[in-house]
Design a protein around this ligand. Structure first.
Ligand SMILES: Cc1ncc(COP(=O)(O)OP(=O)(O)O)c(N)n1
Ligand SMILES: Cc1nc(C(=O)O)sc1CCOP(=O)(O)O
Ligand SMILES: [Mg+2]
Length: 218
């Protein structure tokens, strides 16, 4: 059974931190064992064979753990996984990654479809109208993973409550800064480094959950 995905830790993979199948799969298994709300497969390479192979394994892990798998950027890959495995597959789309309504049509009404809104409420308003399932804002703090991402103020998260969708905070979140983003209104706290830069992603997810005061999910 899939647990409530709308609140908690949103773990995002990274091909630099997890450069091969063995490390990616081991780290994701550990992270999933601690009950994140969502797992995103994010691989910016053009290696479609690797992306299919890795995403297919993660789809199985996520299915077993009851955690939705979100595919970054790639509606076609999410669609292929859904057809092949029939599991809960979603997609995260940035402003250059394809149309939300195309993704919704391809993946169906219950798919989780996320939208990057940077620091812009106008993008959030459009994404809401186009059928997004959640709205992602950031980056809020200095990011190891994407230092060039444009900055966003924490006050944006309160302003975004009006859209009535789960708000994701991203960028430089760790055991300290995550609390600030939650206090500012984010239901979901997305991180690469605080989970997959840690020695043990399971311990990291549990530590982040504890820092938020969220009950352990597993
Ligand atoms: C949860 C979440 N929020 C934001 C992003 C960034 O998406 P995007 O702007 O498309 O940048 P890339 O991740 O594709 O480099 C995200 N992936 N996930
Ligand atoms: C993928 C991504 N998108 C961002 C945005 O602001 O849109 S920040 C970011 C990287 C998040 O990694 P870390 O938790 O290591 O900072
Ligand atoms: Mg993208």
């Amino acid at each position: 059974m899939t647990a409530d995905w709308t609140r908690g830790i949103y773990a995002i993979t990274d091909a630099t931190l997890l450069p091969d199948d063995e490390r990616l799969f081991a780290a994701c298994e550990r992270a999933l064992s601690a009950g994140p709300a969502l797992l995103q497969y994010r691989d910016k390479s053009a290696d479609a064979v690797k992306r299919w192979r890795q995403a297919a394994v993660l789809a199985g892990y996520c299915h077993d753990a009851g955690v939705p798998l979100i595919i970054n950027d790639d509606i076609a890959l999410a669609m292929r996984l859904k057809v092949r495995f029939g599991t809960t597959i979603g997609v995260h789309l940035g402003q250059q990654d394809g149309a939300l309504d195309t993704a919704r049509e391809a993946l169906g009404p219950s798919a989780i479809i996320g939208a990057t809104c940077h620091a812009r409420l106008d993008l959030a308003e459009r994404a809401t109208a186009d059928g997004a399932s959640y709205l992602a804002f950031g980056r809020f703090f200095a990011s190891h993973t994407k230092p060039e991402a444009p900055p966003a103020p924490l006050t944006l998260l309160g302003d975004a409550a009006r859209f009535g969708l789960p708000r994701v905070a991203i960028g430089g979140l760790d055991v300290h800064t995550m609390r600030l983003a939650r206090e500012a209104g984010a239901e979901l706290l997305a991180t690469v480094h605080a989970v997959f830069g840690a020695d043990d992603p399971a311990v990291a997810v549990r530590g982040l959950q504890a820092s938020l005061g969220d009950a352990a999910r597993k």
